[in-house]
Write a protein that binds this ligand. Sequence first.
Ligand SMILES: CSCCC(=O)C(=O)COP(=O)(O)O
Ligand SMILES: [Mg+2]
Length: 298
Amino acid sequence: MGLDWSTPSHGPIQQDRGAISAPVKAGLKDSNHNSEPLPVSSLVHDTVSSNIYFDMRCILLDIEGTTTPITFVADVLFPYARDNVGKHLSATYDTEDTQEDIKLLRSQVEDDLAQGIDGAVSIPPNDAGKDAVIAALVANVEAMIRADRKITALKQLQGHIWRTGFQNNELKGEFYNDVPEALQSWHSLGIKIYIYSSGSRLAQRLIFGNTKSGDLRKYLSGFFDTNVGNKRETSSYIQISESLGVDNPSEILFLTDVVQEAVAAKAAGLKAMISVRPGNAPLPENHGFKTINSFLEI
Ligand SMILES: CSCCC(=O)C(=O)COP(=O)(O)O
Ligand SMILES: [Mg+2]
């Protein structure tokens, strides 16, 4: 391991004498240094560029609160889904996607009713008629959105509703200003960039594919959603690191705004940092992870 990525930014940085920075590993010259391997102390922090070097092969990114303002998700995407769910279900009722979405929702709502989840209402059988089924689905989906539930049944449907919004140019993906530049720079260094969000893979491709900086998908190597598991579960990160084919999970750096997600990733052997962005929820004290305010700090 090179640096200890769980060290808070204000604390001492742990180092391993065998650390090799990404530019050195890749045989690239660093503009502030010669091409000889850098002394360990200079790998920790470059005072000229303020960049921290690292020996990552992959960067795994959360979206909401990390690449994208929470307000975009909470005030644009979620209301769009809420306001259009009935219309969407009605217009696409007989399609394969929607029938699959309804199947997932039925199963989720059965579990929710059994657990007494607030806002869950029973969905009548199909022979009660399309309108009755849709009315119950809408009531459930509205409650799920209100509670910001990160469940596949909801996320899958939201992706399908947002697809129409992106196709009609009613929606455009929003990203912090540093994100396109950082993606381009990591990509040019040969670092593979992946997304892991509670939003569906379709939704992820839509927002990265339609931004004011153009199509950012060209920098990305893959997308993971809750089909690999909840973002607060260690098993999800084990599955992701196995599918990325790295020699060691520590070659993956995970960036997120949620400490519980960072804890789960760290337990799977990944390195993790916390993204601190305007409007993010306050962090618990002494969480122990390094924080960044911009991807350009990496
Ligand atoms: C893929 S964009 C929609 C984001 C979303 O629905 C969501 O719940 C965000 O969760 P994240 O895991 O990216 O914090
Ligand atoms: Mg997030």
